[in-house]
Design a protein around this ligand. Sequence first.
Ligand SMILES: [Zn+2]
Ligand SMILES: [Zn+2]
Length: 466
Amino acid sequence: MEIEFAGAAREVTGSCHILRIGGRTVLLDCGMFQGHRSEAREKNAVLPVEVREIDAVVLSHAHIDHAGRLPLLTAHGYANPIYCTAATRDLAAVMLADSAHIQEKDAEFLTRRHKEAVAPLYGMRDATSAVDRMVGLPYDTTFDVAPGVRATFSDAGHILGSASVALDCVEEGRRLRIVFSGDVGRNGLPIIRDPHPPEGADVVLLESTYGNRDHPPVAGARDELARIISETAARGGRVLVPAFSVGRTQELVYDLHILAREGRIPAIPIYIDSPLAIDATTVFAMHPEIFDQTEDLVRRVQDLFTFPLVRYTREASESKALNTQRGPMVIIAASGMAEAGRILHHLTHGAPDPRNTILIVGFQAEHTLGRRIVERAPMLRVFGDDVPLRARVEVLGGYSAHGDRHELQGWLDRVRSGGRSGTGGEVPRVYLVHGEPDAQDDFAEQLQRAGYPSVLAPTPHQRIVL
Ligand SMILES: [Zn+2]
Ligand SMILES: [Zn+2]
């Protein structure tokens, strides 16, 4: 048995791990690399492994850094199953279509710029055939992935449909339980249930996005959101929120719904300015079976995502019209790291105005415009132009969909102690993935102090014999 860390190794994006067992090859995720445009483009174009070698793919969740290169596989003839949860399949349908559209636009742009034909990474047809390969399965039900590999999804509590995967592997009579964390969420996130770690593991592939950080509690985020909106509205400004269309946007709408019901925000319009977010919201509404039934609003309200202040702007013309509209408002638009999407034209217009607030609610990777905003760079580069940053910048860590270092360790401790009820279980070997080097190095030390003697953060394409 062998595992190769083909993506999200010493970095956050491009999640992809190749498991080789008894002559079979199983891919865990096949995500897009993000960040430096030309560098990411180059990395994304390389297939992690020959398509004819892949027997199956197991997908943890629909975020593009986990699912974004699946259409590249189908473009190269991949026709075997892609196993995921039902909600992940439905979300992936809208996200991969959007991604294909972005790839096509990107290629057009580069073709114009370089005056020679640049082919898109993949197109709409490839995205559709990737979704056709997806098999939607329930949580907590074991299924066959390939001969010698059985898998069980458990709720990762990160976005709708997100899963951690326990892989029970057998090779020549030897058994090994490998747990892939996927992205680990947090207790108390809106709408979705709390993370439910698999029980017991010999090997854990653990995400480490926030391996060196502490988050403020989820509970305080809604209060902060109310404060920021009220203060900005009082200045006559607008709140611009770059947000992932899938997950974060719905959580914000949900919390704004609660705040509006309780009369804790002024009655200003809230624009969800992203076609993808609108489609994803429809998918959310289709899967109430996996909502967190312990939450008040979930139990009491039939339609979580509709209330008098919220407006969904699908058309580009509606989006542009917001630039000339007067008065305070909230605009939630993609992309989450302000690398693309409609948030860019809102930033061009809104960043120079000190009455406005740019509200950051998610992780901002290195070399992204979002990271520049978090660092409060005096000048932003948007669409090739310099845009002064005079708006206020607020960072709300409470909305993070990723556990912090304590929550990640708590998740791992539960995997370990679940192995043998109450006795502490075997100590699994831990491979840290999905984190930048600083976060991983600190987190590895923390885990070693906490009684995990074998912790390693593999480098890209490192192969480990299990
Ligand atoms: Zn994710
Ligand atoms: Zn991720």
